[in-house]
Structure formats: structure tokens, C-alpha cells
Design a protein around this ligand. Sequence first.
Ligand SMILES: Cc1cc2nc3c(=O)[nH]c(=O)nc-3n(C[C@H](O)[C@H](O)[C@H](O)COP(=O)(O)OP(=O)(O)OC[C@H]3O[C@@H](n4cnc5c(N)ncnc54)[C@H](O)[C@@H]3O)c2cc1C
Length: 362
Amino acid sequence: MIIQLTPPTITPATIIPIACIRPKRRNGFNISVQPHANQTVVHCYGHGGSGWTMLFGSVQRAITLFELTHPNKKDPIRIVGAGCMGLLSAIELRRRGYQIAGIIGKEPYDGASWRASGYFAFSGNASTSAEAQLIRELVTTTLAEYKNIEEGGHAYLNPSTVRLLPTYCKIGSDAALCCEYLVKSGIMPAGQPATLDFGSVQHENFIRYYNYHIQTTNLMRQLMQTIERLGISIEYRAIRSFSQLQDAVIFNCSGLGSAELNNDNGMVPLRGHLIMLKRTAEIEPLDYIVQTVEMQNDDEENLYLIPKHELVTTEYPDGLPCAGVLGTTYAPTDDMSEYDIIKLDAMEFEKLIERAKQFFGT
Ligand SMILES: Cc1cc2nc3c(=O)[nH]c(=O)nc-3n(C[C@H](O)[C@H](O)[C@H](O)COP(=O)(O)OP(=O)(O)OC[C@H]3O[C@@H](n4cnc5c(N)ncnc54)[C@H](O)[C@@H]3O)c2cc1C
């Protein structure tokens, strides 16, 4: 099957390079309940590049663990972190009858959740079979929620946040393996071999699947609106320690902030380089996903194209209309100086633009 696709427009005037950091944890995410001096701290952080894919399962697990140890609904709960994990935890706790003292975030729109592109993807890498089983459970619970949202059955998230999109994966790529897992689990129909035709170039050896695309900006906005509707306050200030808070119960959803707050030296800032594609009167939003691995300077490099309708960050608080996003890298930067990170960014953006232009023939 030959699929004709509109290539992205990649010119200096239509792109915005942005870097963002995944909250990766070396030994896997941390969902646990921990006594902390005279406080109970419930951790839910460290999901790296799969936070959207494990969102609902992770928050549900954190709350279930908490309920087993702390059935008292009288203690107000403080949430640290205003990313997707923190906002959803606050909403779900309130829906279960808990009182929320408020949410704390460092700055509006600062975390990975606002910047990320979003498709349903996870790495099956787990160090034990119990961990692999847990990942499967979290992914399956989350997928069921996205299906529910897409079908219009969700209590507070509407279908504009999630949709099934044609997803073209290079055979043998990690993205194709992830889709195959969903096919084998009976969640996704089998893929079809496809040749991609971008007008000036064609690529064989792709499979077309239908995978969930998460409109991360829309979803974050709807979570924020729900928080406001429930009368939960968000306060923006950086805390250095949980002991600064008077609350008896804290949900720690601080992502990378857990390196300091939970003294977790397993946290790794995993930098992702993205090229935002501007939307203009002439440039339509893109509505397909491509996932590939391409040779560049003798190395295998990832390349994806994912729709993203709007970028909201600390620099663009009012939102910038987008057609999509090109990505990405997975660069650990824990040992790098600021100067080296600036050099890395310049090099990775240039390489990413070059391989995208080559792949899409633009
Ligand atoms: C380039 C990129 C692409 C991605 N693509 C995908 C994808 O396709 N699919 C997918 O499933 N996932 C993807 N992800 C991963 C996903 O975005 C993250 O796993 C998820 O957003 C993490 O959410 P979070 O709420 O844990 O953390 P964050 O969104 O980072 O939020 C952390 C919050 O904690 C607050 N905080 C931190 N420290 C402190 C402190 N000391 N005091 C007060 N507040 C504090 C911050 O201000 C922020 O509000 C991607 C990520 C990136 C960077």
C-alpha cells in the first residue's frame, strides 16, 4: 500500500527549536508510600519519556497504596508538582473524598508535561519480571482511560484530548515493537505494510498502525480547568524540602525536583530536542505520526513527526499555534556543564533539522 502524505514545512521562518527534559529515574519510576519525619509522603515520579502512557495507571496505583496505609480522609493533602501527575492526583483524590490543601509548582507551564509531544509509547525495558508486569498493568489501565476519553465517556476530560491516528513505524524500530505489543494484547488492530510517499521521496519498510495521540496541551488545559472548578488552589514557589510544608500528607509529583526533595540520586535529566512546526494560514495542522530510525553520520538516529496543535511554555504562556513537532533525542545531561549543554543543543538541533529535511525530501 502506498500512502501519500503531506510533508512538514521546514524553513527557518516556520520552525522553533525547543529543548525539554524528561524526568527519568535510573531504576524505574517511583510509586510508593514513605514515612518522612512526621509526614506521610506518597511518591509518584520518574516516568521518563512515558509519563503520558502510564499517567492514569500510575496515579491510580499511588492512591491505592496510600489508601491501604492511610484511610483517614480528614488530613488535607498537599500536592507538590503541577505537571500531569500532580494535577491528576489532586483531581482523583478529591473525587475519592479527600481534602486537598493545594498544589505547589515551581513556575506555571515549566515541566515536561506542557512541552511533551504525546503518543502512546513505552519501553518494555524492566530489570525484573515483576517490574515488567507492573508496567503492563499501568499501561493497560491508562490505555483503557484514553479509550474511554476518546469515546466520550470520561467524567471530566473530553474527546478533544485524545484520538486514534495513523502511525507509520519503520519495521524493527522501538516504536513498531511497542505497537506490536498493543496488537498482541488485542488493544490495537494488526498493522499493514506501507510505503510512504512524500512527493519527492518514498520510503518502504513501514507499517501503518492506529495508535493513540494525546493532545498534551489540551489535556493539561482541561486538567487545570477541572482543578479550578473543584476550587483547588495552585501556588507557584520552589520548595527545597518537604519539611517546609506543614501538611501531614504530601503527594510528591515533582518529577526531576525529586532529586533534591527526595534526595534521589537516581534521577537523570534526559534531554529531548524538538523542532516545533508553526501553524499559519498556509500551513495546515498535520494529522499523522511517523516514527523512524535513520542513519546519519554513520549513527542510527531517531526521527519522529507528531501532531501538536499548540505550544505552551513559560516563554509562550498564551500559546503558540503549531502544526506538529519533529523529534527527538534522548541525551542524559546530569554530568554536563551549562556551556556543554548549550553546545549540545546547537549540534542536536542542526542534526535534527538536517535528517528531517532529508527524510521528508523538503
Ligand atoms: C521531548 C519529550 C517528549 C515526550 N513524549 C512523550 C510521549 O510521546 N509519550 C509519553 O507517554 N510521554 C512523553 N514524554 C514524557 C512525559 O511528558 C513526562 O513523563 C511527564 O510529563 C512527567 O510528568 P510529571 O508530572 O511527572 O512531571 P513534570 O511535568 O515535569 O512536572 C513536575 C512539576 O513539579 C514541579 N516541581 C519540581 N520541583 C519542585 C520544587 N522543588 N518545588 C515546587 N515544585 C516543584 C514543577 O514545577 C512541575 O510543576 C515526553 C517528554 C519529553 C520531554
